[in-house]
Design a protein around this ligand. Structure first.
Ligand SMILES: *Cc1c(COP(=O)(O)O)cnc(C)c1O
Length: 462
């Protein structure tokens, strides 16, 4: 007799009528429960080990829960990287969430002009705000900044040359490589200058009958230091202008306010870049702007009109939820004095060290009690970073809960992996970072203190 025949397992139909299983069926439906019961029984039949009815019910319940828990869900980003691409970049303000709820629940005037009763343009809902905030003549939005760059290049320089400095042939997050985007846009890359130094005359010498435009990419995720030189934006704009070529700047982050206000180095804004003579500027919606994922193109009205007519625009257009959220966030910038409070991404970046330290003092005992004898928790001064390639070398002083094996100054990678995985298994997963022999929870981005503390009511399993 084989092992599989030696254990007695109940029939599927019998298990389905057990009260605990029937209760689950009432909530989640027969299809899901039937699959869970079958899979659970099959697993035990395969293992050949005896199993109690209670264990079967537990296993079935776990399977159902795994199936109904959404794959994409909220986590606590305590990595210390504020705009973390893998964790969804910028958190949205309540105004943007409410705007999305309004248009998500029913019909909206997405492409419908309520005054004339005729067809409208979805860009209309954000274009006025973008013009006001950047000083641009016109604006359009697409799915993300990578799409914005692709669309601009494809519209203005297909089968022609785009002149760009060697020092700006950037890769962002592996997936966005400027030379690859250019190839797909159908234009030819004309590199000028050297990695560390490029002068206006290098661009001037490269201009010829095949030139389509001059491109400047903001090298947002790295910095070349030492003997470097990049041409002045005004000089490049003037050079492009005298040759009848558009000057396009990919700004990347595109903050709408001066970051120097909260002690960060100045990042060029779209308004300044346009004032320097750029004909088009592209930037992301979910980096320093603090809005939804989007690619924003602002600049000369004639160029924006050409871009809007490109059939590729149709393939890259934003959906109504994005437009609703972006419109609401842009409106918050209408009151710049309040942006540090009203836009969560900016609020987190500007958050004071003292406030974060006080939070660490309140939460240390909560986390320490949960970990019990499994680990030690102390408070460490750390440095957060902005993320998404913005100001990569500029760090923000912050505080973290520093977790190690009990009493240890530093712990092994294996121990830290186990601790990190216990935090990821919390009801709202907590994502920290491992650094210098410890598991760190940088508290800069923790605003829902009560929600965070509530997760530690369950016993730890390490
Ligand atoms: C981030 C970035 C991009 C890509 O933007 P997404 O919105 O992530 O598509 C392109 N160019 C620069 C300079 C960037 O910093």
């Amino acid at each position: 007799m084989s092992a599989s025949q030696s254990i007695h397992l109940p029939a599927v139909d019998r298990v389905l009528v057990w009260p605990a299983v029937a209760a689950l069926t009432d909530v989640h439906g027969r299809t899901l429960l039937l699959a869970a019961v079958r899979d659970e029984l099959a697993m035990h039949r395969g293992s050949g080990r005896a199993v109690t009815d209670d264990d079967l019910v537990d296993g079935i319940e776990k399977r159902v829960l795994t199936n109904v828990t959404p794959s994409l869900r909220r986590v606590f980003n305590l990595t210390g990287t504020v705009l973390h691409t893998n964790l969804g970049r910028a958190p949205l303000p309540p105004e943007a969430i409410e705007a999305m709820v309004q248009v998500a629940s029913g019909a909206s005037n997405l492409e419908y002009d309520l005054v004339t009763g005729k067809r409208g343009d979805r860009d209309d809902h954000v274009e006025n705000w973008l013009r006001r905030l950047t000083g641009a003549e016109a604006a359009t939005v697409v799915n993300n900044n990578a799409a914005a760059v692709l669309l601009v290049l494809n519209t203005l320089s297909q089968r022609k040359e785009v002149i760009v400095s060697r020092g700006e042939l950037i890769e962002i997050g592996g997936a966005f490589r400027l030379p690859a985007i250019m190839a797909r846009a159908g234009c030819k890359l004309r590199e000028v200058g050297t990695t560390n130094r490029t002068h206006t005359r290098d661009y001037a010498e490269a201009i010829g009958p095949k030139s389509a435009l001059l491109l400047k990419a903001h090298t947002s995720n790295y910095r070349i230091e030492g003997f470097t030189s990049a041409p002045d934006e005004r000089e490049l704009a003037a050079l492009a202008g005298t040759n009848g070529l558009p000057f396009v700047v990919d700004l990347g982050s595109g903050t709408l306010i001066d970051l120097a206000r909260f002690g960060l180095p100045h990042e060029p804004t779209p308004a300044e870049t346009l004032a320097n003579g750029a004909d088009l500027v592209t930037f992301s919606g979910d980096k320093l702007l603090g809005g939804p994922q989007a690619g924003i193109i602002v600049g000369r009205a004639d160029l924006v009109a050409m871009i809007k007519k490109n059939p590729m625009k149709r393939a890259m257009r934003c959906d109504k939820l994005t437009i609703a959220a972006l419109g609401a966030v842009l409106k918050l910038y209408g009151n710049p004095e309040r942006v540090m409070q009203s836009v969560p991404a900016i609020r987190l970046l500007a958050r004071g060290e003292d406030e974060i330290e006080a939070l660490a003092r309140r939460l240390r005992p909560v986390v320490a009690a949960w970990l019990g004898q499994h680990a030690s928790v102390d408070i460490a001064s750390v440095q957060s970073q902005i993320g998404s390639g913005s100001l990569p070398v500029d760090l923000l002083p912050s505080f973290a809960l520093r977790i190690t094996a009990p009493g240890a100054k530093r712990s092994s990678g294996k121990t830290l992996d186990r601790i990190a995985s216990a935090f990821r298994a919390l009801p709202v997963p907590v994502i920290g970072r491992i650094s210098d022999g410890a598991f760190l929870l940088d508290l800069r981005c923790l605003e829902d203190e009560a929600g965070f503390a509530a997760g530690f009511r369950l016993p730890v399993s390490l």
